[in-house]
Design a protein around this ligand. Sequence first.
Ligand SMILES: Cc1ncc(COP(=O)(O)O)c(C=O)c1O
Length: 367
Amino acid sequence: MKDMSKPLAQYSAPINLPTNSPIRAAVTASADYPFTHVEATVKLDQNESSEDFPEELKALALQRMTQQAWNRYPDLHADSLRDAIAAYEKWPADGIVVTTGSNVLIALLTQLSGIGRRVVTVAPNFALYALGARLLDVDLSEVALRPDFSLDVAALVAVIRQRAGGVVYLPQPHAPTGTLAAQQDLSEILRASSDWLTVIDEAYYQFSAADSTTLARQFPNTVLLRTFSKAWGLAGLRLGYALTTPDIARQLQKLVPPFAVSTMQTAVAQVALENPGYVIERVKRVICERERIVKALDTHPTWRAHPSAANFILIRTPDAAQAYAQLLRHGVLVRRQDSLPGLAGCIRVTIGSKDENDAFLRAAWAT
Ligand SMILES: Cc1ncc(COP(=O)(O)O)c(C=O)c1O
């Protein structure tokens, strides 16, 4: 097991950069994705669903898979899956792009509008927006969130206006703080960024009371990112999609490798989209458990939970290394966030099943 008592380095220093390397310097200088696999009984470190895809739907998906011809390539651009997503989202199919995880879309959107221009995002933030920009050698501006984790709209607008064009990345709700940005703040940023692509990453939107489809219809340079990895309980499937205008989707699609989404992924996602009822029930359970944990932590002597609109909670402790080790001693794995700007002492805990959350709460009070 790796030594997790030290803060996770966000960006590792380049080690002996060879002058004649076949690899671009931006790649050599970039950090690995900040994740280490650790075994634990109670796994609350990756914001997954604690509940697996329902057994009967797995059986149905397997049946569909066996009916397919595995010797044939799938649709060029996941066309039948895009139709199913279009019907579910009430969004035009020609404004949808599907890839193997919204992670992939983040890299592609920086290729689409960032290279040679700029990426603007906030700090602290989900690591991939900045990491993707660094890997592609794109000029990066990270605007600090306010101390209460709200968006500093004036600072963001100032950075956007400094230079024409690029990509703005904003997760809604924000990760890893769980904060929901005010719609008015988002619309002010969108209004100021007419020559920018604004990506609103809605990986956790089902756990909040909001979504940004109205803004995306109002501001045509908006891209919404959604994923099957969280509320749908399908992180193992690796599927995410963008909702945008047909014009942007057509250009973005050029960057997606042909036949990228497999026949098997399509079968599972179609079964999920035909049976979305289970997601609604699960989301209700997660929200209920989230509020129970936040309330329970109110009485903790030193840990402070930040209000969350997602399936995880950010908790400020006096010492993240100590809190992480204490929880792990009791079999509970969470994620340290204390290497991120403004998050000294912070850990992030995913909302699990009732039993898992009880184990977390017991461990939070243990020594
Ligand atoms: C804000 C945010 N966006 C995107 C992702 C990645 O989603 P996917 O599994 O679709 O690649 C995550 C995963 O944790 C996330 O937290």
